[in-house]
Design a protein around this ligand. Structure first.
Ligand code: AMP
Ligand code: ZN
Length: 463
C-alpha cells in the first residue's frame, strides 16, 4: 500500500489505482528550447522513482510525458537563430532523450508533442466555448476564471487574488497576477500558426481563427487523450502548481465535468550553492557540465536519491563528490558479493521489506537508501553469517527502484586478479599479519589500483 502526499488535500493519502489494469501517470515534460538543467533533471529523476515505486508495488504504469515544442520561448529563440521552430527544437529534443538514458530513467509509454495535437486542443477549446467558460477577443480565446467556481483550489489562492476579466497572453506569469489565461493566441506575423474552427462537430462556437495554443492547454488535451478524462497521478515540480496545474484542472474539469486528476504530486526544487539557478548567477548546470568534470551521470542520480523529493536539495560540487564516493562503495560491494561464496543461514530479507515500506511511505528514498547501507554494514561485520548470493539478489531487487545499474555493472572494471589480491590482504589483516598485508597492497598498486579501508570493507579503485 503506497501513501503519497497529495497537493489537492495537503495530506499523505493511501493510493489506490482507479483501474485494475494500469495506473495513469502524467508528468509535465520539457520545453525543448535549451538543454535540461540539473533542476529539471532532479524532477525527472523524482518522477522516475515515483513510477518505479508503483511498478515495484506490482502495478502496471501508463506513463505519458509531453514534449512542449511550441511556446513563447521557443518562438523567440528560434527567431534569433533564424530557424523554424521544428529545426530549432530538434537537437534539444535529442539531448533530452540522451539525458534520460544516461540517468537510467525508464522510458515513458508516450511522449506526445504539442504540435501534433492541435486538433485535440482546438476541440477542447470548442467545448469550453460551448459551456461559456471561455470567450473570444479578436482572434484570441481566453478562459474565464470567474465561471469556474473552484478555480484556485489546488494552489489555495484566496478569491481576493483573482482578477477575472483581466487577461494575460503570456505562457508564464507570476503568482500575483491571477488572470484569465489564454487558450488560443491569435496569429502574429512571422510566427508559426495553425488554422482552427472551434466547433465540437456541430456549430462553431467562435469565429474561425488562425493561431497557436497557449502552453497550459496541451497538458489537458494530451493527458486526457491518452489516459482518459480522469486519471491517477499528475506530477511535476512545485513551480507548476500555480498557474500550470491549476489551469489544467480548470480546462479539463470545465470541459468534461469530471474530476481530472486524483493525486497531484509535486517535487521540490534543486538549488545551486543555496541559490535559485539563473543565467545571471552563472549557476545553471546541465548533465554535460557534470560529465565534463569527470562524473558518471549515475552519481548525479545517486545524489538526488539522498534527499526526499519534498525537500529542497542544495547542489554543490562537494556534495556530488560525496555521492560519487558512496556510489563507488556500493558498486564495490556488489562486485565483492559476486565473488564471495558465503553460505550463512541468517537472512536479510527483512531489510528488503523495510526498504519497500520506506518507499511506500511517500517515497522516503533517504530512509530506503539507509536500509541498503544497513545491509552492507551488517554483511561486512560478519560475512560468514550471511548468504552472499541472497544479499546480491536483495540489492538487485532494490535497484529496480534505485535505478543505479547495479545488475549491469561490469565486474571486469576491477579484474578478478585484483579482487583476489584484495581478499588475500583482508585475510592477512584479520590475522594481524601487517607486513604481509602491506606487501599485497603494494602489488595491488603496481597493477594500477588502490585499496582503501572503509566501514563497508575495502574499496578498490583504478588509480
Ligand atoms: P520546464 O522545462 O521549465 O517546463 O521544466 C521541466 C520540469 O522541471 C518541470 O516539472 C519543472 O517544475 C521542473 N523544474 C524547473 N526548475 C526546477 C528546479 N530548479 N528544481 C527542480 N525542478 C525544476
Ligand atoms: Zn504540463
Amino acid at each position: 500500500m503506497i501513501k503519497l502526499y497529495n497537493t489537492l488535500t495537503r495530506k499523505k493519502e493511501l493510493f489506490r489505482p482507479l483501474r485494475k489494469e494500469w495506473v495513469g501517470l502524467y508528468t509535465c515534460g520539457p520545453t525543448v528550447y535549451n538543454f535540461a538543467h540539473i533542476g529539471n533533471l532532479r524532477t525527472y529523476i523524482f518522477e522516475d522513482v515515483l513510477r518505479r515505486t508503483i511498478e515495484y508495488a506490482g502495478y502496471k504504469v501508463r506513463h505519458v510525458m509531453n514534449i512542449t515544442d511550441v511556446d513563447d520561448k521557443i518562438i523567440r529563440d528560434a527567431k534569433k537563430a533564424k530557424k523554424t521552430i521544428f529545426e530549432f527544437v530538434k537537437p534539444y529534443e535529442k539531448a533530452f532523450f540522451e539525458d534520460l538514458k544516461k540517468l537510467n530513467i525508464e522510458k515513458a509509454w508516450k511522449y506526445p508533442k504539442a504540435t501534433k495535437h492541435i486538433t485535440e486542443m482546438v476541440r477542447l477549446i470548442a467545448s469550453l466555448l460551448k459551456k461559456k467558460l471561455a470567450y473570444q477577443v479578436d482572434g484570441s480565446i481566453y478562459f474565464d476564471i470567474s465561471k469556474f467556481k473552484t478555480y484556485g483550489r489546488l494552489s489555495r489562492l484566496s478569491h481576493r487574488e483573482l482578477k477575472a476579466g483581466a487577461r494575460v497572453d503570456s505562457d508564464e506569469y507570476t503568482k500575483h497576477d491571477v488572470q484569465d489565461f489564454v487558450l488560443w493566441k491569435e496569429k502574429k506575423a512571422g510566427e508559426p500558426s495553425w488554422k482552427a474552427v472551434f466547433s465540437a462537430g456541430g456549430p462553431a462556437f467562435a469565429k474561425a481563427t488562425a493561431g497557436r495554443p497557449g502552453w497550459h492547454l496541451e497538458c489537458s488535451a494530451m493527458s486526457m487523450k491518452y489516459l482518459g478524462p480522469t486519471f491517477d497521478i499528475h506530477a511535476g515540480g512545485v513551480d507548476l502548481i500555480f498557474p500550470h496545474h491549476e489551469n489544467e484542472i480548470a480546462q479539463s474539469e470545465g470541459a468534461t465535468g469530471k474530476k481530472f486528476v486524483r493525486f497531484f504530486v509535486e517535487g521540490e526544487h534543486l538549488l545551486v550553492n543555496g541559490e535559485k539557478m539563473s543565467k545571471s548567477l552563472g549557476n545553471v548546470f546541465t548533465l554535460r557540465d557534470i560529465e565534463a568534470k569527470g562524473f558518471n551521470p549515475l552519481v548525479f542520480r545517486y545524489l538526488i536519491l539522498t534527499s526526499h523529493y519534498r525537500s529542497k536539495l542544495n547542489f554543490t560540487w562537494e556534495s556530488l563528490k560525496a555521492a560519487q564516493n558512496s556510489l563507488e562503495h556500493l558498486q564495490n560491494f556488489v562486485i565483492r558479493l559476486r565473488t564471495e561464496r558465503h553460505r550463512g543461514l541468517t537472512s536479510m530479507a527483512g531489510y528488503l521489506r523495510k526498504f519497500g515500506r520506506a518507499l511506500a511511505d511517500d517515497l522516503d528514498m533517504p530512509e530506503a537508501l539507509s536500509v541498503v547501507w544497513d545491509i552492507a554494514h551488517n554483511y561486512n561485520k560478519n560475512p560468514r553469517r550471511y548468504n552472499s548470493k541472497e544479499i546480491l539478489t536483495l540489492l538487485y531487487d532494490a535497484d529496480r527502484v534505485l535505478g543505479l545499474g547495479l545488475k549491469s555493472l561490469k565486474s571486469e572494471e576491477i579484474p578478478v586478479k585484483i579482487l583476489a589480491l584484495v581478499k588475500k590482504r583482508e585475510e592477512y589483516r584479520k590475522n594481524k599479519e601487517w607486513t604481509k598485508a602491506d606487501r599485497v597492497r603494494s602489488r595491488i598498486i603496481t597493477w594500477g589500483y588502490t585499496v582503501e579501508d572503509t566501514p563497508m570493507g575495502p574499496l578498490t579503485r583504478r588509480r
